[in-house]
Design a protein around this ligand. Structure first.
Ligand SMILES: [Zn+2]
Ligand SMILES: [Zn+2]
Length: 419
Protein backbone atom coordinates (compact mmCIF):
# COMPACT_ATOMS: atom_id res chain seq x y z
CA UNK A 1 0.00 0.00 0.00
CA UNK A 2 1.21 3.47 -0.82
CA UNK A 3 0.53 5.00 2.57
CA UNK A 4 2.08 8.31 3.60
CA UNK A 5 4.25 6.39 6.08
CA UNK A 6 6.23 5.08 3.14
CA UNK A 7 7.43 8.59 2.57
CA UNK A 8 9.24 8.55 5.88
CA UNK A 9 12.40 6.79 4.82
CA UNK A 10 11.45 3.10 4.90
CA UNK A 11 13.61 0.99 2.58
CA UNK A 12 11.46 0.58 -0.48
CA UNK A 13 14.02 -1.08 -2.70
CA UNK A 14 12.24 -4.44 -2.58
CA UNK A 15 8.74 -3.31 -3.47
CA UNK A 16 7.44 -4.83 -6.67
CA UNK A 17 3.94 -3.42 -6.79
CA UNK A 18 2.01 -0.40 -5.62
CA UNK A 19 -1.73 -0.32 -4.94
CA UNK A 20 -3.34 3.11 -4.99
CA UNK A 21 -6.80 3.34 -3.43
CA UNK A 22 -7.72 6.49 -5.32
CA UNK A 23 -6.36 8.87 -7.90
CA UNK A 24 -3.81 11.11 -6.19
CA UNK A 25 -4.76 14.78 -6.40
CA UNK A 26 -1.80 15.57 -8.64
CA UNK A 27 0.08 13.65 -11.31
CA UNK A 28 3.34 14.50 -9.52
CA UNK A 29 2.07 12.72 -6.41
CA UNK A 30 1.06 9.76 -8.57
CA UNK A 31 4.61 9.50 -9.96
CA UNK A 32 6.04 9.91 -6.49
CA UNK A 33 3.92 7.02 -5.18
CA UNK A 34 4.23 4.57 -8.06
CA UNK A 35 7.95 5.28 -8.32
CA UNK A 36 8.36 3.23 -5.15
CA UNK A 37 7.91 -0.03 -7.04
CA UNK A 38 10.48 -1.70 -9.29
CA UNK A 39 13.47 0.15 -7.94
CA UNK A 40 15.85 -2.72 -8.60
CA UNK A 41 14.99 -3.16 -12.26
CA UNK A 42 12.62 -6.07 -11.65
CA UNK A 43 9.25 -6.33 -13.30
CA UNK A 44 6.73 -4.32 -11.32
CA UNK A 45 3.07 -3.36 -11.32
CA UNK A 46 0.82 -0.51 -10.34
CA UNK A 47 -2.84 -0.93 -9.45
CA UNK A 48 -4.95 2.19 -9.43
CA UNK A 49 -8.39 1.69 -7.90
CA UNK A 50 -10.59 4.57 -8.86
CA UNK A 51 -13.37 6.03 -6.73
CA UNK A 52 -16.91 7.17 -7.19
CA UNK A 53 -16.18 10.85 -7.65
CA UNK A 54 -16.24 13.26 -10.61
CA UNK A 55 -12.46 13.25 -11.01
CA UNK A 56 -12.19 9.44 -11.07
CA UNK A 57 -15.10 9.31 -13.47
CA UNK A 58 -13.49 11.79 -15.79
CA UNK A 59 -10.22 9.90 -15.96
CA UNK A 60 -12.02 6.56 -16.34
CA UNK A 61 -13.49 8.03 -19.54
CA UNK A 62 -10.17 9.61 -20.59
CA UNK A 63 -7.41 7.30 -19.29
CA UNK A 64 -4.97 8.56 -21.94
CA UNK A 65 -5.23 12.05 -20.59
CA UNK A 66 -4.21 10.85 -17.17
CA UNK A 67 -1.35 8.57 -18.22
CA UNK A 68 0.05 11.08 -20.70
CA UNK A 69 0.09 13.89 -18.13
CA UNK A 70 3.36 15.48 -17.16
CA UNK A 71 4.04 16.65 -13.59
CA UNK A 72 2.11 19.86 -12.98
CA UNK A 73 3.88 23.17 -12.54
CA UNK A 74 4.31 24.08 -8.90
CA UNK A 75 2.23 27.06 -7.89
CA UNK A 76 3.10 29.79 -5.50
CA UNK A 77 2.30 33.43 -5.14
CA UNK A 78 5.46 35.45 -4.45
CA UNK A 79 3.29 38.49 -3.77
CA UNK A 80 1.23 36.76 -1.07
CA UNK A 81 1.20 39.48 1.62
CA UNK A 82 0.67 37.00 4.48
CA UNK A 83 3.76 35.03 3.49
CA UNK A 84 5.76 38.17 2.74
CA UNK A 85 4.92 39.72 6.09
CA UNK A 86 6.46 36.82 7.99
CA UNK A 87 9.35 36.43 5.55
CA UNK A 88 10.33 40.07 5.95
CA UNK A 89 10.11 39.96 9.74
CA UNK A 90 12.27 36.81 9.80
CA UNK A 91 14.74 38.32 7.35
CA UNK A 92 15.08 41.48 9.42
CA UNK A 93 15.37 39.40 12.60
CA UNK A 94 18.24 37.44 11.04
CA UNK A 95 20.10 40.63 10.16
CA UNK A 96 18.98 44.28 9.98
CA UNK A 97 18.08 45.30 6.45
CA UNK A 98 20.05 48.30 5.16
CA UNK A 99 18.30 50.99 3.15
CA UNK A 100 20.16 49.84 0.00
CA UNK A 101 18.92 46.31 0.45
CA UNK A 102 15.44 47.62 1.16
CA UNK A 103 15.42 49.54 -2.12
CA UNK A 104 16.59 46.48 -4.01
CA UNK A 105 13.85 44.37 -2.44
CA UNK A 106 11.18 46.92 -3.39
CA UNK A 107 12.40 46.94 -6.97
CA UNK A 108 12.20 43.16 -7.24
CA UNK A 109 8.90 42.50 -5.48
CA UNK A 110 6.45 45.26 -6.08
CA UNK A 111 4.18 44.80 -3.07
CA UNK A 112 7.01 44.64 -0.51
CA UNK A 113 6.94 48.41 0.04
CA UNK A 114 3.35 48.25 1.24
CA UNK A 115 4.06 45.23 3.46
CA UNK A 116 7.05 47.00 5.07
CA UNK A 117 5.04 50.14 5.72
CA UNK A 118 2.28 48.05 7.34
CA UNK A 119 4.82 46.18 9.49
CA UNK A 120 6.23 49.53 10.68
CA UNK A 121 2.73 50.75 11.50
CA UNK A 122 1.81 47.52 13.29
CA UNK A 123 5.03 47.75 15.32
CA UNK A 124 6.68 44.50 14.23
CA UNK A 125 9.73 46.28 12.80
CA UNK A 126 11.36 49.68 13.33
CA UNK A 127 14.05 51.88 11.77
CA UNK A 128 17.48 52.21 13.40
CA UNK A 129 19.36 55.51 13.50
CA UNK A 130 21.19 54.47 10.32
CA UNK A 131 17.83 53.88 8.63
CA UNK A 132 18.12 50.09 8.59
CA UNK A 133 15.13 47.91 9.49
CA UNK A 134 15.20 45.78 12.60
CA UNK A 135 12.66 43.76 14.63
CA UNK A 136 10.82 44.99 17.69
CA UNK A 137 9.90 42.71 20.57
CA UNK A 138 6.55 41.95 18.85
CA UNK A 139 8.47 41.20 15.66
CA UNK A 140 10.66 38.67 17.45
CA UNK A 141 7.51 37.00 18.81
CA UNK A 142 5.99 36.88 15.33
CA UNK A 143 9.18 35.37 13.91
CA UNK A 144 9.23 32.72 16.62
CA UNK A 145 5.62 31.76 15.93
CA UNK A 146 6.22 31.35 12.19
CA UNK A 147 5.93 27.78 11.00
CA UNK A 148 7.44 26.11 7.98
CA UNK A 149 4.19 24.59 6.80
CA UNK A 150 1.69 27.39 6.55
CA UNK A 151 1.02 31.04 7.09
CA UNK A 152 -2.34 31.15 8.75
CA UNK A 153 -3.35 30.89 12.36
CA UNK A 154 -3.62 27.50 13.99
CA UNK A 155 -6.00 25.99 16.49
CA UNK A 156 -4.15 24.19 19.25
CA UNK A 157 -5.73 20.89 20.23
CA UNK A 158 -5.74 19.67 23.84
CA UNK A 159 -7.25 16.65 25.55
CA UNK A 160 -9.55 16.97 28.60
CA UNK A 161 -6.43 16.28 30.71
CA UNK A 162 -4.87 19.40 29.20
CA UNK A 163 -2.40 17.39 27.12
CA UNK A 164 -1.44 19.13 23.87
CA UNK A 165 -1.79 16.76 20.89
CA UNK A 166 -1.36 18.95 17.82
CA UNK A 167 -2.46 21.86 15.67
CA UNK A 168 -4.91 22.35 12.83
CA UNK A 169 -4.74 25.31 10.49
CA UNK A 170 -7.55 27.79 10.02
CA UNK A 171 -9.89 28.14 8.18
CA UNK A 172 -10.22 24.33 7.78
CA UNK A 173 -10.22 23.89 11.59
CA UNK A 174 -13.60 25.66 11.92
CA UNK A 175 -15.17 22.85 9.88
CA UNK A 176 -13.34 19.97 11.53
CA UNK A 177 -13.13 21.00 15.18
CA UNK A 178 -16.55 22.47 15.98
CA UNK A 179 -18.16 21.15 19.21
CA UNK A 180 -19.43 17.56 18.85
CA UNK A 181 -17.32 16.91 15.75
CA UNK A 182 -15.63 13.53 15.48
CA UNK A 183 -12.00 14.33 14.81
CA UNK A 184 -9.43 11.83 13.61
CA UNK A 185 -5.93 12.49 14.84
CA UNK A 186 -3.03 10.06 14.52
CA UNK A 187 -5.44 7.18 13.85
CA UNK A 188 -7.43 7.87 17.07
CA UNK A 189 -11.01 9.14 17.10
CA UNK A 190 -11.82 12.07 19.35
CA UNK A 191 -14.98 13.98 20.09
CA UNK A 192 -14.61 17.75 20.24
CA UNK A 193 -15.91 19.03 23.58
CA UNK A 194 -15.13 22.71 23.27
CA UNK A 195 -13.89 25.11 20.63
CA UNK A 196 -12.81 28.72 20.45
CA UNK A 197 -10.72 30.49 17.81
CA UNK A 198 -7.51 29.59 19.69
CA UNK A 199 -7.98 26.09 20.98
CA UNK A 200 -10.11 22.98 20.84
CA UNK A 201 -10.63 20.52 23.67
CA UNK A 202 -11.14 16.91 22.63
CA UNK A 203 -11.92 13.63 24.36
CA UNK A 204 -10.84 10.26 23.04
CA UNK A 205 -13.78 8.06 22.04
CA UNK A 206 -13.90 4.86 24.12
CA UNK A 207 -15.09 2.87 21.03
CA UNK A 208 -14.59 3.03 17.30
CA UNK A 209 -17.46 5.08 15.98
CA UNK A 210 -19.06 3.95 12.77
CA UNK A 211 -20.07 7.53 12.09
CA UNK A 212 -18.22 10.59 10.97
CA UNK A 213 -19.32 14.20 11.10
CA UNK A 214 -19.46 16.77 8.34
CA UNK A 215 -19.87 20.46 9.09
CA UNK A 216 -22.96 22.27 7.83
CA UNK A 217 -21.61 25.61 6.71
CA UNK A 218 -21.81 28.33 4.18
CA UNK A 219 -19.40 30.99 3.07
CA UNK A 220 -19.74 34.52 1.81
CA UNK A 221 -17.48 36.86 -0.08
CA UNK A 222 -17.23 39.82 2.27
CA UNK A 223 -14.80 41.98 0.33
CA UNK A 224 -13.32 41.82 -3.13
CA UNK A 225 -10.96 44.15 -4.96
CA UNK A 226 -10.48 43.07 -8.57
CA UNK A 227 -6.87 43.45 -9.73
CA UNK A 228 -7.18 41.68 -13.08
CA UNK A 229 -10.04 41.25 -15.52
CA UNK A 230 -10.37 39.37 -18.79
CA UNK A 231 -12.90 37.39 -20.78
CA UNK A 232 -12.98 33.60 -21.10
CA UNK A 233 -15.07 33.04 -24.27
CA UNK A 234 -17.30 36.02 -23.57
CA UNK A 235 -17.68 35.57 -19.84
CA UNK A 236 -15.94 38.30 -17.88
CA UNK A 237 -13.63 36.94 -15.13
CA UNK A 238 -12.18 39.03 -12.31
CA UNK A 239 -9.27 38.10 -10.05
CA UNK A 240 -8.06 39.84 -6.90
CA UNK A 241 -7.70 39.92 -3.14
CA UNK A 242 -10.62 39.73 -0.74
CA UNK A 243 -12.11 38.31 2.41
CA UNK A 244 -14.09 35.10 2.77
CA UNK A 245 -16.35 34.47 5.73
CA UNK A 246 -16.98 30.90 6.93
CA UNK A 247 -20.13 30.33 8.95
CA UNK A 248 -20.51 26.90 10.58
CA UNK A 249 -23.93 26.46 12.20
CA UNK A 250 -24.48 22.72 12.40
CA UNK A 251 -23.25 19.32 11.36
CA UNK A 252 -24.34 16.09 9.74
CA UNK A 253 -23.68 12.72 11.27
CA UNK A 254 -22.96 10.16 8.57
CA UNK A 255 -22.48 6.42 8.40
CA UNK A 256 -18.93 5.57 7.37
CA UNK A 257 -19.86 2.56 5.26
CA UNK A 258 -23.02 3.73 3.51
CA UNK A 259 -22.22 7.47 3.57
CA UNK A 260 -25.88 8.00 4.53
CA UNK A 261 -26.81 10.94 6.75
CA UNK A 262 -28.25 9.59 10.01
CA UNK A 263 -28.73 12.90 11.81
CA UNK A 264 -28.49 16.63 11.37
CA UNK A 265 -27.79 18.85 14.38
CA UNK A 266 -27.52 22.56 15.07
CA UNK A 267 -24.55 24.03 16.91
CA UNK A 268 -25.39 25.88 20.12
CA UNK A 269 -23.23 28.74 18.96
CA UNK A 270 -22.54 29.60 15.34
CA UNK A 271 -18.85 29.80 14.43
CA UNK A 272 -17.90 32.75 12.22
CA UNK A 273 -14.42 33.12 10.79
CA UNK A 274 -13.12 35.71 8.29
CA UNK A 275 -9.89 35.27 6.39
CA UNK A 276 -8.03 37.12 3.63
CA UNK A 277 -7.34 35.23 0.42
CA UNK A 278 -7.23 35.43 -3.40
CA UNK A 279 -10.47 35.19 -5.33
CA UNK A 280 -11.87 34.59 -8.82
CA UNK A 281 -15.34 36.00 -9.47
CA UNK A 282 -17.62 35.71 -12.51
CA UNK A 283 -21.28 35.45 -13.41
CA UNK A 284 -23.10 32.53 -15.00
CA UNK A 285 -25.78 33.08 -17.64
CA UNK A 286 -28.98 31.83 -15.96
CA UNK A 287 -32.24 31.41 -17.88
CA UNK A 288 -34.85 34.06 -17.14
CA UNK A 289 -37.54 31.39 -17.22
CA UNK A 290 -36.01 29.40 -14.34
CA UNK A 291 -37.60 29.67 -10.93
CA UNK A 292 -35.48 30.68 -7.88
CA UNK A 293 -34.81 27.06 -6.83
CA UNK A 294 -33.72 26.13 -10.33
CA UNK A 295 -31.43 29.16 -10.52
CA UNK A 296 -29.79 28.40 -7.17
CA UNK A 297 -29.47 24.67 -7.87
CA UNK A 298 -27.99 25.17 -11.37
CA UNK A 299 -25.42 27.66 -10.03
CA UNK A 300 -24.56 25.36 -7.14
CA UNK A 301 -24.02 22.33 -9.43
CA UNK A 302 -21.96 24.45 -11.85
CA UNK A 303 -19.78 25.68 -8.99
CA UNK A 304 -19.13 22.08 -7.79
CA UNK A 305 -18.18 20.83 -11.24
CA UNK A 306 -15.97 23.85 -11.98
CA UNK A 307 -14.02 23.13 -8.78
CA UNK A 308 -13.71 19.42 -9.70
CA UNK A 309 -12.45 20.41 -13.15
CA UNK A 310 -10.08 22.98 -11.63
CA UNK A 311 -8.49 20.23 -9.53
CA UNK A 312 -7.48 18.40 -12.70
CA UNK A 313 -6.23 21.63 -14.32
CA UNK A 314 -4.14 23.03 -11.48
CA UNK A 315 -2.97 19.91 -9.68
CA UNK A 316 -4.59 21.13 -6.49
CA UNK A 317 -6.06 19.03 -3.77
CA UNK A 318 -9.83 19.55 -3.67
CA UNK A 319 -9.57 20.97 -0.14
CA UNK A 320 -7.12 23.64 -1.29
CA UNK A 321 -9.74 25.56 -3.25
CA UNK A 322 -13.19 26.65 -2.16
CA UNK A 323 -16.26 27.68 -4.10
CA UNK A 324 -19.38 29.74 -3.39
CA UNK A 325 -22.44 30.03 -5.61
CA UNK A 326 -25.23 32.61 -5.47
CA UNK A 327 -28.75 32.38 -6.90
CA UNK A 328 -28.00 35.41 -9.12
CA UNK A 329 -25.40 33.26 -10.92
CA UNK A 330 -22.37 34.80 -9.24
CA UNK A 331 -19.57 32.29 -8.62
CA UNK A 332 -16.64 32.76 -6.29
CA UNK A 333 -13.59 30.47 -6.32
CA UNK A 334 -10.95 31.14 -3.68
CA UNK A 335 -7.64 29.81 -2.35
CA UNK A 336 -8.31 27.73 0.76
CA UNK A 337 -4.99 28.82 2.30
CA UNK A 338 -4.89 31.87 4.55
CA UNK A 339 -3.66 34.80 2.44
CA UNK A 340 -3.88 32.76 -0.77
CA UNK A 341 -1.64 30.12 -2.32
CA UNK A 342 -1.43 31.17 -5.96
CA UNK A 343 -3.81 28.41 -7.13
CA UNK A 344 -6.65 30.66 -8.23
CA UNK A 345 -4.12 32.84 -10.07
CA UNK A 346 -3.13 29.74 -12.04
CA UNK A 347 -6.77 28.89 -12.64
CA UNK A 348 -7.56 32.45 -13.78
CA UNK A 349 -5.40 31.87 -16.87
CA UNK A 350 -7.08 28.51 -17.53
CA UNK A 351 -10.75 29.39 -17.18
CA UNK A 352 -11.59 28.44 -20.80
CA UNK A 353 -10.33 24.93 -20.07
CA UNK A 354 -12.21 24.90 -16.77
CA UNK A 355 -15.57 25.68 -18.44
CA UNK A 356 -14.88 23.14 -21.17
CA UNK A 357 -13.80 20.36 -18.88
CA UNK A 358 -16.63 21.05 -16.43
CA UNK A 359 -19.18 20.68 -19.24
CA UNK A 360 -17.48 17.51 -20.41
CA UNK A 361 -17.49 16.02 -16.90
CA UNK A 362 -21.25 16.62 -16.62
CA UNK A 363 -21.95 15.23 -20.09
CA UNK A 364 -19.76 12.14 -19.49
CA UNK A 365 -21.75 10.98 -16.46
CA UNK A 366 -24.67 8.84 -17.52
CA UNK A 367 -26.39 8.81 -14.13
CA UNK A 368 -29.52 10.40 -15.61
CA UNK A 369 -30.35 11.90 -12.24
CA UNK A 370 -31.90 15.32 -11.91
CA UNK A 371 -29.44 16.42 -9.19
CA UNK A 372 -26.48 14.43 -10.51
CA UNK A 373 -24.52 11.91 -8.46
CA UNK A 374 -21.20 11.41 -6.64
CA UNK A 375 -19.63 10.81 -10.06
CA UNK A 376 -20.57 14.25 -11.37
CA UNK A 377 -22.09 17.07 -9.34
CA UNK A 378 -21.53 15.95 -5.73
CA UNK A 379 -18.66 17.32 -3.68
CA UNK A 380 -17.24 15.79 -0.49
CA UNK A 381 -16.75 19.36 0.79
CA UNK A 382 -20.28 20.58 0.16
CA UNK A 383 -21.51 22.63 3.11
CA UNK A 384 -25.14 21.60 2.72
CA UNK A 385 -24.79 17.90 2.13
CA UNK A 386 -25.15 18.04 -1.67
CA UNK A 387 -28.71 19.32 -1.57
CA UNK A 388 -30.04 21.77 -4.18
CA UNK A 389 -28.10 20.58 -7.20
CA UNK A 390 -29.41 20.57 -10.77
CA UNK A 391 -27.16 18.78 -13.23
CA UNK A 392 -28.88 19.68 -16.50
CA UNK A 393 -29.25 23.29 -15.48
CA UNK A 394 -25.49 23.46 -14.85
CA UNK A 395 -24.73 21.79 -18.18
CA UNK A 396 -27.02 24.25 -19.95
CA UNK A 397 -25.18 27.19 -18.33
CA UNK A 398 -21.73 25.89 -19.24
CA UNK A 399 -22.82 25.22 -22.84
CA UNK A 400 -24.06 28.81 -23.05
CA UNK A 401 -20.64 30.06 -21.96
CA UNK A 402 -18.85 27.82 -24.49
CA UNK A 403 -21.16 29.20 -27.20
CA UNK A 404 -19.99 32.72 -26.34
CA UNK A 405 -22.81 34.05 -24.20
CA UNK A 406 -21.74 37.40 -22.74
CA UNK A 407 -21.72 37.88 -18.95
CA UNK A 408 -20.38 40.63 -16.71
CA UNK A 409 -18.96 40.56 -13.19
CA UNK A 410 -21.47 42.24 -10.85
CA UNK A 411 -20.40 44.61 -8.11
CA UNK A 412 -21.64 42.29 -5.37
CA UNK A 413 -23.35 38.89 -5.39
CA UNK A 414 -27.01 38.93 -4.38
CA UNK A 415 -28.94 36.35 -2.38
CA UNK A 416 -28.22 33.50 0.00
CA UNK A 417 -25.01 31.67 -0.85
CA UNK A 418 -24.47 27.91 -1.19
CA UNK A 419 -21.07 26.24 -1.06
ZN1 LIG B 1 -23.79 11.70 -12.38
ZN1 LIG C 1 -22.23 22.42 -2.34
Amino acid sequence: MATPTLEQGIDIGDLDSVVLMKIPPTFSRYIQKVGRAGRRGKESGVFLIIGDDPISNYYAAHPDEFYRSTPEPAYLDPENPEVMKRQIVSMVYDQPLSSNEEEKLNREIKSSEKVISNLLKEGYIERTRRNALTTTRDGVALHQSTKLRGTGEDIRIYTMENKYIGDRGLPMATRELHPEAIYLHGGTQYRVMDFNPRRAIVEQLPYRSKYFTLARYHSDMEEFEPELKRSAFKAEIAYGAGTIRHIVDGYYQKDKTTQQTVAENDLEETIIFDFPTKIINFNLPLRMSWNPTQRGSASHAAEHILISAAVTLTGADQAEMGGISYPDGSIVIYDGAYGGSGLTRLLYDRMEKDFKRGAEMLATCKCGREDGCPKCTYSPYCGNNNKYLWKNGALEILKQILRGKKTKVEAKPVGKSTV
